[in-house]
Design a protein around this ligand. Sequence first.
Ligand code: X8Z
Ligand code: ZN
Length: 610
Amino acid sequence: MTLSILNHIKSRNGWWLVSALVLMAGCSGAGSGSKATVADAEKFIADAEKRYLAVTINESRASWIQSNFITDDTEVIAANAKEESIKTVKELAEESRKFDGLNLPPDVARKIKLLKLALVLPAPGNPEEREKLTKIAVSMESAYGAGKYCPDGDNGKCLSLGDLEKIMAESRNPEELKKAWLGWHQVAPKYRKDYVQFVELANKGAREMGFKDLGAMWRSNYDMEPDAFAAEMERLWQQVKPLYDSLHAYTRAKLRQKYGDAVVPATGPIPAHLLGNMWSQQWGNVYDLMKPPTGDPGYDLTQILKSRNTDARQMVKYGEGFFTSLGFEALPETFWKRSLFTKPQDRDVVCHASAWDIDSQKDVRIKMCININEEDFTTIHHELGHNYYQMAYAPKSSLYQNSANDGFHEAIGDTIALSVTPEYLKQLSLISSVPDEKADIGLLLRLALDKVAFLPFGYLVDQWRWKVFSGEVGPGDYNKAWWELREKYQNISAPGPRSENDFDAGAKYHVAGNTPYARYFLAHILQFQFHRALCREAGYKGPLNRCSIYGNKQVGEKLKAMLAMGQSQPWPEALKAMTGEDKMDATAIIDYFAPLKTWLDEQSKTMAGK
Ligand code: X8Z
Ligand code: ZN
């Protein structure tokens, strides 16, 4: 099974993949009428896992083809496979209810619970409705993947999302930035009506499975009550909010220096088109506007990679090299043959980076339209983190082939990328000397612009979706609610007037592609917690931003042991195995950036005084 980390069926592994099961046509040992026994439950779950695996693999293959070759036909094929897999998993989950109330062995009970939560997209039992839902799901992802902005009309030159993202990252002309932002945001209104129907049908599926709505179903997959999980997210957000506020204030002041009062107000939200990213979710691309007069590390990885004519494959090789240095195996030959690394010129593909595990064994792949720059260098480590997780838990039975919780899946590759320190780059001969500690402020700022800036965005995407799924936000308020949350959490504003003819949440891949998003918020907390624990394991004593676990096989063993657990235990157990801690804890990210926070607050004060 696979799961691209972004796929729809995301069923089982999220993206990382899909699931499968066969319907045991009403028979799994317990004959109708007779009372189900523990032995029946054991047999049922063993058979169910086989079916789950089979439908997942089938769905993944179809989904791989659809997102690598977006056409009407591949959409139909992918939708059919998705439908089959959803139907199977749902029927199995329903059938498992006959064991409710039995005192089952913990392993069987856990698998049954995971089976009931395996679908990211549940569908109604009614065949027409189920077909409608899977068609919409696949077509929205395709529309996103194939989306373009044609400034001179359909017969002129059109810009892909990749072209527009490049403008967002590199242009420093506010008018041009605004045009690119508006251009991309005219793609999503085309599927706004579909999204309304999607919400209705997916909720119906979730309710048939016993959940209040789809948001509640997603929140139930964290080994705690759904409300407790929402409270946990809020607790973590409150822990990190002061750090975000400091970064935001400094960033706004620097943007004012660059663009002037007429573009950037002295107080309140920052216009969303000025932060170097289409969704204002990571701000590292505007580091050049933010960098400290002293304390800049003095190298630019993007320039270094470009000047060496690094190609996409070599970029991936760097990522693989980090994992093998920890004692992980080299990526299989098929990875290199079957992955997509560069954007094809002759067809539409879903370029949003994803990692796949097609057969739940060794057929792992990534699909990514790699650009030669620092951002994609990091993203490659992110994707390979998924693939190494998938390979580590492959020996587990199929319902355990997943991460401890979905935040863990998203955090592994990022944890590795935190070890891409100057020292590491020097070891690879990518830089010739390691800047001294005076460069720490620059290094921390560069990273905070990605990692700290991301936090409120990571939180709000599912705040929006949870409200939409629960009905608290109706279709007439989709855009209004989206911008209220953008302002409340990120403190950013739309580049111009927006209305309910727009569908700005739908301009984000994970909304169009139905991938839950809370996972990325968790990952941004967890990756610092993992990094701190692994550096401790390495016996490292200095500042955490200079710690690299590169080449440390003992640390690699510790990491591997956690990955190999898959989802066989509640996530606090996995966390404990690697870190000794059993709670998600934002003190790691706060401590990591503590010197920067002090510096940011001083700078903001000085700039305000001028
Ligand atoms: O979607 C991704 C990965 C694939 S799982 C590239 N990320 C989120 C995003 O792009 O919005 C990584 C960071 C957040
Ligand atoms: Zn990911």
